[in-house]
Each structure stands twice: as C-alpha cells, then as structure tokens.
Design a protein around this ligand. Structure first.
Ligand code: HEC
Ligand code: HEC
Ligand code: HEC
Ligand code: HEC
Ligand code: HEC
Length: 451
C-alpha cells in the first residue's frame, strides 16, 4: 500500500465513522439535522393501516401540536418567555422535540401556527415513531431518541412483509424507555418536571415487566394491515388513552371508607377513614403534566333532614402539607411577565372549595411561587401523588354539630380529576373541555345519631 492509499483508506474510515456517529444524534443536538421530506405523512400509512390510523387520530399524540391548550401554552407563554429570559431560551425549539418531533428535527422552529396546516400538525406521527432506533443516554428524557428515517419501518414482529416498506424487529420499541424519551422531562433548572417512565421504573410494573404498551396499546386479534396475508392474535392497538379519556381515568383509583363508630351523639367526635388504592396505573396519579392536573377528595356528611356538612381533611403534619390541601391563595404570578404584565397579582391556586385533600406534586418558579409553567420550574414541594399499587389513607375528624338531625348520617366521598386548574384555563381562555371534571370514584358510609 502506498501513502495515498493509506490516506484514502483512513479518510474513508473517518467518513464512515462520522456517518455512524451522525446517526446516533439525539436530544438538542438533533435540531435541524433532518428535513420534512425524510418522513412520510400519516395519511400515506392509512392506505394499508386503516384501523391503526383511525385509532391514532383519536389519541392525544396525533394532536400534540394542534390541541388548543398546547397551542396557547406554547405561543402565549413559552415563546414570549424564551425571548425575555435567557435561561429558558431553548424551549422555543425544545417544546417541539416532543410535541412536533419532525418539525424539531427539520429545524422548523417555531413551526407555523396550527391553523396554517403545516406538517407540524402531524405531531407524534407514524413514521416518526416507527423510525426511532435507539436513545442517546440513560435515562430517557428530553427527546433523546435517535431518529433514522428511511425505507425500514421498525416494529414488533420478525419477518412481516410489506410492498411499501421494509420492516425490521426492534426490541427498543417494546420498552418503556422508548416512551420515556418524551414522557420524562427535565426543566432548564434541572428538575424532573415529567417522570412517568421513571415513576414506572421504580414501581412494581417494571419489576413484573409490564411496560407502558401493555396498558396503553392493548393487544387484540386481527390484521395490522388490510392487505396483510395473515391475521395475528395480538395486534398492538394504538389507543394511547390517558388523561383525556374519561373512561381510562374513571375507576383508576379505588376507594372505600368507614367510621370509627356507628353510633354518635351531638357534640361527639366521629372519625371517618378513607382508603384510596391505585390498582390500575403503572405510574403515579396524576402523572405526566402534574403541574396542572388536579386529583382531590371531597367529603360531605348529610344528616337525616338532608342538611349537608363539608368535612375538611385531617392534617398529618408533614412539611409542605399546605400544598396538598386545597386553597385559593394567589399563585402562578410568573405568567404575568411572560404576558407583558409585570404587576400580575396571580390567580386562585386550586379554584376549588378549601380544605380538601389534593394529591399533587407542587412546582415552584425561581421565586418560590407555584407555577404551571413546567419549563420555569426551579424546585418542587412534597410529592403527595398516589404511586402504583400504593394505598393512601385519609382521615376526617368531625365533631357532630348540636343542630344535627337525629337519625342516619350518610357520608359521601367523591374523588375528582381535572386536567387543568380552572382559574388558569379561564385566564388563558382555554376551551372548557380541558377543565371537565371527571368523577374517578366514590364511596359512601354511615353512622347513626341518637339523643
Ligand atoms: C408513539 C409512537 C407510535 C406512533 C405515533 C405510532 N406507532 Fe405504531 N407502534 C408503536 C409501538 C411501540 C408498537 C409496538 C408495540 C409493542 O409491541 O409493544 C407499534 C406497532 C405498530 C404496528 C404493528 C402492530 C402489530 O402488533 O402487528 C403497526 C403496523 C404500526 N405500529 C403502524 C403504525 C401506524 C400506521 C401509525 C400511524 C397511524 C403508528 N403506528 C403510530 C408506536 C407508535
Ligand atoms: C401499501 C401498503 C402499506 C403502506 C402504505 C404502509 N404499510 Fe406498513 N405494512 C404493510 C404490510 C402488508 C405489513 C405487514 C403486515 C403483516 O404481515 O402482518 C406492514 C407492516 C408494518 C410494520 C411492521 C409491523 C410489525 O408487526 O412489526 C410497521 C411498523 C409498519 N408497517 C409501519 C408503516 C408506516 C409507519 C407506514 C407509513 C409511513 C406504513 N407502514 C405504510 C403495508 C403497508
Ligand atoms: C415524540 C415524543 C413521544 C413519544 C416517543 C411518546 N409520546 Fe406519548 N405523548 C407525547 C406528547 C407530546 C403527548 C401530549 C399530547 C397533548 O396532550 O398535547 C403524549 C400523550 C400521550 C398519552 C395521552 C395522555 C393524555 O393526556 O390523554 C399517552 C397515554 C401516551 N402519550 C402514551 C405513550 C406511550 C405508551 C408511548 C410509547 C409507546 C409514548 N406515549 C411515546 C409525546 C410522545
Ligand atoms: C398497569 C397499567 C399502566 C401502565 C403499565 C402504564 N400506564 Fe399510563 N395510565 C394508566 C391508567 C389507568 C391511566 C389513567 C389514570 C391516570 O390519568 O393516571 C394512565 C394515564 C397515563 C397518562 C396520563 C397522565 C396524566 O395524569 O396526565 C400518561 C401520559 C401515561 N399514562 C403514560 C404512560 C407511560 C409513558 C407509561 C410507561 C412508562 C405508562 N403510562 C404505563 C395505566 C398504565
Ligand atoms: C420531553 C418531552 C416534552 C417537552 C420538552 C415538552 N412537552 Fe409538553 N407534554 C409532553 C407530554 C408527554 C405530555 C403529556 C403528559 C400527560 O399526559 O400528562 C405533555 C403535555 C403538555 C400539555 C398539556 C396538554 C393537555 O392537553 O393537557 C401542554 C399544554 C404542553 N405539554 C405544552 C408544552 C410546552 C409549551 C412545552 C415547552 C415549554 C412542552 N410542552 C415541552 C412532553 C413534552
């Protein structure tokens, strides 16, 4: 070999090595490394994958860019904030890493508004997910997936054939780590502001090898393409149902309740105990966007004359507990400067009756005030959400009032869920459906009042 051949061989080596490394780009480094033309449109996949396509269009992942509340938060809060605060400047692009991944990879940030009908509207699309091949680090978070678009679509079966594309089995697609690339998020202040996959990893379902797909992409017999030769017994349904599916939320926490005594007199103390069991979720409840989700327990005693008494929860005395009991003190002041109103006084924190237990993880801005801007989160309070297979016990000590009617007192408990704090939704003009109240569960018990 002469010198030139050696140099040529070395040069080829360097080019090949760079190409391999280039394929392994993820997270912020991947911004602008692809073009829209590298990815096929979901409508193309529909030709043969009709059922899967129709399922996906009903899921939030197909709407992650066009959904009204996402649009409002991104364009009215995050982008203006990125312009005035250097610390959060990267969210201008970064929100899209999860909500409009192809736009992020194409460097089209901010993408055009949803009404302009651009390809950003495809959101988390078929071809995006089916050409992810790996992640760039451990744990999964902040869009650290590796995207490798092309003719090969990665899936969960060996040896299936399609006239439109090649297919390849990929173990990674079947793991929770795949979902975690977007379902775990760290703020610019290095705080975990979304940790669904991390919560799962610490819980019983990881140990039992029950990944996200088992509950959010359940299996059923059928064909996965209308031109497929053979049916399969276990087609992955693309439901991705979660907080926006009341049927998924209802019953996700089970509840029972009892009094410490079945007989009471006016002036006596009765203690009601409620048990709340998370038997159905692979992660905490609420999970994901915990900065804005609300899960609260409301107890009412009704006497024999139908008079109602709201029972506030007993305090347990742990640090930071005030954030786990509903309150309407002013919060969310950080939205003011983002919207050009430096003197903004804030909004009622929970916009709910006070004194109820609220299962939450409070997010604080750099000034220590509650925030719904997860990217502006510099610290968090006590985590009082309900973990997978965890049971929380709440007690209600009630001094039976003198004017109570003699006879049976019925105590009703209702566990409610709301996706977005109502005061925030009204202030930002988020359409009503986002603040729909879902009854997760209820329970009833009784005791009798004698003279
Ligand atoms: C969020 C990522 C994601 C999106 C978006 C997505 N898929 Fe999938 N898809 C998966 C995963 C994960 C599996 C495998 C699930 C498993 O095995 O646990 C899968 C499986 C499949 C399968 C094989 C099903 C089977 O069991 O044989 C087909 C076909 C498919 N997807 C097509 C599509 C099409 C078409 C779209 C768009 C309409 C789409 N996917 C959107 C993640 C996604
Ligand atoms: C012309 C029809 C056609 C089109 C268009 C098409 N596919 Fe397929 N696809 C198939 C067939 C057929 C199979 C194999 C089905 C089987 O045998 O189970 C398949 C299989 C797959 C698999 C592998 C499933 C597994 O079980 O591992 C994935 C993933 C997939 N397609 C994704 C896509 C995506 C994403 C698009 C759009 C970019 C797309 N397909 C467009 C026909 C098509
Ligand atoms: C490219 C990023 C990305 C990946 C990968 C991803 N997701 Fe998502 N997912 C999102 C975004 C963004 C939303 C929020 C959509 C919205 O409400 O705007 C979402 C929403 C959801 C929801 C609906 C929550 C609700 O409020 O109803 C479920 C369930 C879900 N994803 C499950 C999964 C599962 C399971 C996987 C892995 C198979 C996965 N996701 C992979 C980005 C992703
Ligand atoms: C054992 C079943 C199970 C497993 C495993 C599971 N989930 Fe869920 N998930 C649920 C149920 C039930 C709900 C609805 C109740 C709720 O909102 O928490 C839900 C809700 C969600 C939501 C909406 C949360 C919110 O409050 O906005 C997201 C997002 C989600 N799941 C993603 C995932 C991801 C990602 C994984 C894997 C890391 C996963 N899930 C694993 C059962 C499961
Ligand atoms: C690491 C991925 C990731 C990043 C980065 C990210 N999001 Fe999300 N976002 C998600 C996921 C996943 C969900 C759904 C979680 C759940 O269901 O609770 C979500 C939910 C939301 C929701 C609630 C949607 C609803 O319908 O309730 C809004 C609004 C939102 N994101 C806006 C933003 C904005 C604005 C940014 C940038 C400042 C951003 N997101 C950055 C992954 C991400």
């Amino acid at each position: 070999m002469n010198r030139f051949t050696i140099i040529f061989v070395l040069a080829c080596f360097v080019v090949a090595a760079t190409a391999v490394i280039a394929q392994q780009i993820g997270g912020d480094d991947a911004l602008g490394t692809r073009s829209y033309d590298d990815y096929e449109r979901p409508i193309t996949c529909r030709q043969c994958h009709v059922d899967i396509y129709e399922q996906w269009t009903q899921s939030m992942m197909s709407q992650a860019y066009v959904h009204h509340w996402d649009e409002i938060e991104y364009f009215e809060l995050a982008i203006p904030h990125a312009e005035i605060d250097e610390k959060v400047a990267d969210v201008r692009a970064g929100c899209n890493g999860c909500h409009a991944p192809v736009s992020f990879l194409a460097g089209d940030v901010p993408p055009p508004r949803p009404e302009e009908g651009s390809r950003a509207n495809e959101a988390v699309s078929c071809d995006f997910c089916h050409t992810v091949i790996a992640r760039t680090g451990d744990p999964s978070f902040n869009y650290n997936y590796v995207s490798s678009p092309g003719r090969v679509k990665y899936g969960n079966r060996e040896g299936v054939e399609s006239p439109h594309h090649e297919t390849k089995y990929l173990e990674f697609m079947r793991t929770a780590q795949f979902c975690g690339t977007c379902h775990n998020e760290k703020s610019p202040y290095d705080i975990w502001v979304k940790s669904t996959q991390l919560e799962w990893a610490e819980g019983p379902y990881a140990e039992e090898q029950v990944p996200c797909q088992v509950c959010h992409m359940p299996r059923a017999p059928g064909k996965n393409a209308n031109i497929a030769e053979k049916p399969h017994s276990d087609i992955a349904q693309h439901l991705f149902h979660g907080a926006h599916d009341p049927g998924k939320v209802r019953g996700s926490i089970e509840m029972r309740m009892h009094p410490n005594d079945r007989e009471a007199e006016p002036g006596m103390q009765i203690v009601i105990t409620a048990q709340l069991f998370n038997g159905k979720c692979g992660h905490k409840v609420p999970s994901g966007s915990s900065e804005e989700r609300q899960l609260w327990l409301h107890l009412v005693a009704v006497d024999a004359d139908g008079r109602e008494y709201h029972l506030p929860v007993d305090q347990k005395g742990f640090e930071g507990e005030e954030h786990t009991i509903t309150s309407n003190e002013l919060a969310y002041q950080d939205m003011g400067p983002m919207m050009g109103d430096a003197g903004f006084a804030g909004l009622p924190r929970d916009a709910l009756p006070e004194g109820d237990r609220i299962f939450c993880l409070p997010y604080f801005d750099p000034q220590g005030r509650r925030t719904i801007a997860q990217w502006n989160t510099a610290s968090q309070g006590v985590d009082y959400r309900i973990g997978p297979r965890e049971t929380k016990i709440e007690t209600y000590t009630w001094t039976v009032p003198d004017e109570v009617a003699i006879g049976i007192v019925t105590v009703r408990a209702e566990l409610y869920y709301r996706r977005l704090v109502k005061s925030v939704a009204d202030f930002l003009k988020v359409p009503e459906d986002e603040t729909e109240i879902i009854v997760v569960n209820d329970a009833v018990t009784w005791f009798e009042v004698f003279d």
